[in-house]
Structure formats: C-alpha cells, structure tokens
Ligand binder design. Structure first.
Ligand SMILES: [Zn+2]
Ligand SMILES: [Zn+2]
Length: 288
C-alpha cells in the first residue's frame, strides 16, 4: 500500500486542481493521498467529488504557525492537521482571526509605502480583495504593478515585500501550541511538517519537539524531500524517544516544485494509528 500524506492543490499554492491532484495520485500508483493545502480546507469537496475508484483521500490542512525556536527566539513552522472537523468552532475562530490579521498587515504595509510617497492607497488595496479572500503580499504587489511602481510581481517582492525588504511586516501566525490544541479539539491529529527543512529558513531546535509532544503532537514528518539522510536519522531517534509517529510525504506542489507525488511515503500501520487517534480525539471532542 502506497500512502502520501502531504500534497497541495490550487486551493493553496499547488498547480493541480483538487480533481487533477487525485487523478495524478492514481497515475502515481498511490492508494492513499492526503490533501493538505495551506490554511484552508477549500479543496476537500472537489477532491472528494473527483475521487477515482481505489484511491482513499485523507482530509487535512497545513497550518502556518510560529513556535519557540529553542534558542530564545521564534521560528515559523508548519503543522499538518488530519481528519479534523472543518466546522469546529476552534478552527473557524482561528481562520477568522488570521483572515482579519492578514488584512491588517496588508494595510500596514500599504500605508507605510504610501507614507513614503509611493502611489498606493491602502483602502483601495483592501477594497479590491474578494470578501473571503486571504489577503497577502501578492495583492499589494499587483497594486504596485498597476500603479507603475514596478514592472511585475517578482520585482515588487524583490524591491519591497520580501522578508528582508523595507516594507515587510511580519505575520501573526498561530502559536503552534494553540494550533495543536485547535486540531485536537476539532477531532483531528497533529503532525509537525518537515521540521528540518533548512532550505526554507531557520528550523526549530529539536528540544522544542518534546514540548510539542507534551501538548499533544502525534508525530513528525521525517521522510520529506527537503530532509537529508542525517536529518531523517536524527528525527527518527527523537520520534522513537518521544513515542511519536513517523510519517513520510512528498509535499507535492504540482509543477511549482520538482518533487513527484508518492516520492516519499508513510507506512500503513502509521496511517492506521492516525485514524485511531482521530477517532478517539473525536470522541474526546464530543464529550468535552
Ligand atoms: Zn510546509
Ligand atoms: Zn506543504
């Protein structure tokens, strides 16, 4: 049985629609695929509707979080949540908070640029967003393109909006402890995504994983394309010491990244354990 527990569709930053993604999964010889778009469950329904015979879909999401880095600072981490109820109050409240927060942040960046004389109107940038849209830097980048400040979105990021750019304003992502509680309260299972993916920036100190395990983290994604053999060995040891599950997944993004669906996989008994945990977590959530 071939199981890939981490993939993105066009509901976030993948290039396959949810329907294309499940077809790709079948073509890749997978038996089980988890759809884990960033901070949204919007792709679930289309993936279910298009589900080919013989493929099982595990509903999930990848939450953007902030964690203590174990060295006195903070670091951005991703938390995979599986089999949670998307209608849970905890999940919805946090999504509303993040959506509002992203709008505040976008306005702050636009206002700082306007104050420096760039022809952007924070109110107009905000007004141009669809009501339910997750506001982000690409929206401001497109406004800068329209205003003729830059030639394209890439240039807007390079000159102004990247993490080290002068107008960058940090995000208030979900505290990872709160995110673990939120996933569990919604009847789901929390797995720390690619904890050693250094190419993406600083990573969490492994000492912090013990605190997350105490909070209810169920496992760590060990086999991930961004992890070296050394990372995998070290993470496997930590997982064994903390009695955490070990997952493997491709983190497929379609043509946005050169990884193939099913390139990394999860053992069937681990998936079984995740499903058992979700079932017991659901009972706990129901009984409060
Ligand atoms: Zn990630
Ligand atoms: Zn991902």
């Amino acid at each position: 049985m071939r199981i890939d527990l981490h993939a993105h569709s066009t509901a976030s930053d993948g290039t396959d629609t949810p329907a294309e993604l499940v077809a790709t999964a079948t073509a890749a010889g997978l038996d089980v695929l988890a759809l884990t778009d960033h901070d949204t469950t919007a792709g679930w329904a289309d993936a279910v509707d298009a589900l080919p015979v013989g493929l099982r879909l595990i509903r999930g999401a990848e939450f953007s979080c902030v964690a203590p880095d174990g060295r006195g600072g903070d670091v951005s981490v991703h938390l995979l949540g599986y089999l949670f109820d998307p209608a849970s109050e905890a999940i919805i409240a946090e999504q509303v908070r993040l959506r509002d927060e992203r709008r505040v942040r976008l306005r702050a960046m636009a206002a700082r640029m306007a104050a420096d004389g760039y022809p952007v109107d924070p109110d107009e940038v905000l007004a141009s967003l669809p009501p339910e849209a997750s506001a982000g830097r690409p929206h401001l980048a497109r406004a800068l393109v329209s205003a003729g400040v830059v030639g394209n979105v890439d240039e807007a990021f390079r000159r102004f909006l990247n993490g080290d750019g002068s107008y960058y304003t940090g995000r208030a992502d979900t505290d990872v402890h709160a995110a673990i509680r939120m996933v569990r309260a919604a009847g789901g299972v929390a797995i720390l995504a690619h904890p050693a993916a250094r190419r993406r920036g600083p990573v969490i100190d492994t000492s912090v994983i013990a605190d997350l395990a105490a909070e209810g983290l169920a496992g760590v994604e060990v086999d991930h394309p961004d992890h070296s053999d050394g990372d995998r060995a070290a993470l496997r040891e930590i997982a064994a010491a903390l009695d955490l599950l070990v997952t493997g997944s491709s983190d497929y993004h379609g043509t946005n990244k050169p990884v193939a669906l099913g390139q990394e996989t999860t053992a069937p008994e681990v998936l079984e354990r995740i499903e058992e945990l979700a079932a017991s977590s659901r009972v706990a959530a129901l009984t409060g």
